[in-house]
Design a binder for this molecule. Structure first.
Ligand code: NAP
Length: 325
């Protein structure tokens, strides 16, 4: 089978389209024929080993075990291991592999108990593949932020992959949502249901005399002090992005000495999260936002685009199959 293999850290050129062995499902695994995968900001970070601690997970000098990047897929189950109960050949699924990666390939085997679920019936493979990454926003808002109906919620970076999911999710929980984005993305963010949009190229939201129950920074560019000042008492500042040591210590200090909280960390969606999102999508409360489509052999080009940091929603890779596997 074909896969994008990355055996060095570095520029997009380190990724190569290669023939690798097609996997065979173990007793508890499903073999998925991948029709769509993504290139995310997470893939860029891993390919570049940025931040440095990525090397402790994936290999100090070079990536060792997880040499096929990609953490989202949508596709069809081709075969199942003999103990698999939840799926059968022909099921259309979507999945996230989190830190295990491996989806930038024609096939992958995943445990049936993993983050695999039947694809939303009203989405194409290309649309459905954007959803697992957005599960991070679900975990931040629902589990870490304990979002409640009627709350004032600000989504910083509302036009990215996490941001477009977060705006829609916060609305679905009944929050009053403010999205912060650039001028070109104002209409997009409004179309996702934001009650108010702030153009960060013209206005500083921290100076607009509004306070929030939750400020969710999905891109790591919000002002730390300004966000804390914009929180109501008991408000929560959520940060999906990597925090350096000084931000972690600052966050801990705020959480210990005031009613406000700063919460970060890694959030990888599981099966239950995917099922939750599938139901939301089928109720018409969430849609996918696709910026660009590429083919598997254009993965390096897609990486270059995503790395610029201006994508709207998701960048999707369509995986074409000929009959030869
Ligand atoms: N904690 C976790 O478990 C977890 C999981 C997944 C991802 N992440 C992290 O989350 C971050 C975001 O990921 P993503 O894929 O959603 O990002 P993304 O899609 O690459 O975000 C790009 C978007 O951010 C906007 N943007 C850029 N600068 C901005 C600014 N100063 N203010 C507001 N918006 C701005 C860009 O539009 P304009 O340039 O036009 O403004 C673009 O639409 C990454 O750092 C990723 O590593 C963390």
């Amino acid at each position: 089978m074909k896969a994008i293999v990355c055996t060095e850290y570095g520029s997009p050129e380190v990724m190569q389209l290669k023939e690798v062995e097609k996997p065979t499902p173990k007793e508890n695994e499903v073999l998925i024929r991948v029709y769509a995968t993504t290139i995310t900001s997470g893939d860029i970070r891993i390919r570049k080993a940025d931040p440095f601690p990525i090397r402790f997970f994936y290999g100090f000098i070079r990536p060792k075990n997880n040499t096929i990047l990609g953490a989202d897929l949508a596709g069809e189950i081709e075969a199942v291991g003999k103990n698999v109960k939840q799926f059968k050949a022909g099921d259309q699924v979507f999945a996230g592999t989190g830190t295990s990666l491996g989806t930038n390939a024609e096939y992958i085997c995943l445990p049936e108990e993993g983050a695999v679920a039947i694809k939303p019936s009203n989405m194409t493979y290309e649309e459905a593949v954007t959803i697992p990454f957005g599960a991070t926003s679900l975990i931040f808002l629902k589990d870490k932020g304990k979002i409640q109906s009627g709350q004032n919620v600000l989504i910083y970076g509302a036009s990215g992959a996490l941001g477009t999911a977060a705006v829609q999710l916060a609305k679905s929980f009944g929050a009053k949502v403010t999205g912060v984005c650039s001028t070109v993305n104002l209409d997009l963010v409004k179309s996702l249901g934001a009650d108010k949009v702030v153009d960060y190229t013209k206005d500083d939201f921290t100076k607009l005399s509004m306070t929030y129950d939750i400020v969710f920074d999905t891109v790591g560019k919000s002002p730390f002090s300004g966000c804390l000042e914009s929180l109501k008492p008991n408000g929560i500042y959520l940060r999906a992005v990597h925090m350096d040591l000084s931000s972690i210590l600052r966050g801990l200090w705020v959480s210990m000495t005031s009613s406000k909280k700063v919460i970060g960390g890694v959030a990888v969606g599981g099966k239950e999260d995917l099922i939750f999102l599938k139901e939301l999508i089928e109720e018409g409360k969430m849609k996918s936002v696709i910026d660009r489509l590429y083919r598997l052999e254009q993965a390096a080009e897609a990486h270059r685009y995503v790395e610029q940091g201006h994508k709207k929603g998701s960048v999707v890779i369509t995986v074409e199959h000929n009959n030869k596997t």
